[in-house]
Write a protein that binds this ligand. Structure first.
Ligand code: IMP
Ligand code: MG
Length: 185
């Protein structure tokens, strides 16, 4: 993807949907809820690359009980549009999760397919507990039954960018969540 100039790049940002301040406030609250829910036994924050990297960086700093972080990368392959599918782990965790309270930190739950496969996979490794925290939730798009234990923002069926979320790998560095402008300039 090439942009003619900076203006073309910027013209694709339709408008701020969730501001930096709103995100900060919600993360402070989520960090407190997470910190209050655990007694000091080890927590492992698991992030699925790449979309959740910004959220993980901020959420982890809002948690004040012992926690470690780890990353995995997953790619989904589906034979059809139904719920049967498989997830290939292209980069696995470094931790043996059986000793940890695992919290999956996600950027967005859309159809729910990728995450539901990752959950199955991690459950099989028998962590002490397993929870899901997502920054954004688009429940209207769900194709498999899946609820996050904690969701910071519910959004309508719009394609969003920023704060880690991309369109063709761009816009992850926006400090806010914006709607992507699919039309031409
Ligand atoms: P799903 O829940 O298996 O459909 O996949 C969710 C993944 O799709 C997320 O982790 C994102 O990487 C990507 N995704 C879904 N909706 C959006 C969006 O609005 N903007 C950017 N990425 C999205
Ligand atoms: Mg993602």
């Amino acid at each position: 993807m090439n942009f003619a100039d900076k203006n073309e790049f910027k013209s694709k940002i339709k408008g701020v949907l969730i501001s930096e301040d709103e995100i900060k406030e919600a993360i402070k609250k989520a960090g407190k809820i997470i910190s209050d829910s655990y007694d000091g036994t080890p927590i492992l924050l698991v992030s699925i690359l790449k979309g959740a990297y910004v959220f993980l960086a901020d959420l982890s700093r809002a948690i004040d009980v012992p926690c470690e972080i780890d990353f995995m990368e997953a790619k989904s392959y589906y034979a059809d549009t139904k719920s049967s599918g498989s997830v290939a782990i292209t980069m696995d965790l470094k931790h043996d999760i059986s000793k940890y309270h695992v919290i999956i930190v996600e950027d967005i739950i859309d159809t729910g397919r990728t995450l539901s496969e990752v959950i199955k996979l991690l459950k099989a490794r028998e962590p002490v507990s397993l929870k899901v925290v997502t920054l954004l939730d688009k429940p209207s798009r769900r194709e498999v039954k899946l609820d996050a234990d904690y969701s910071l923002f519910t959004i309508p069926d719009k394609f969003v960018i920023g704060y880690g979320l991309d369109f063709n790998e761009y816009y992850r560095n926006l400090p806010y969540i914006a709607e992507y402008n699919e039309g031409t300039i």
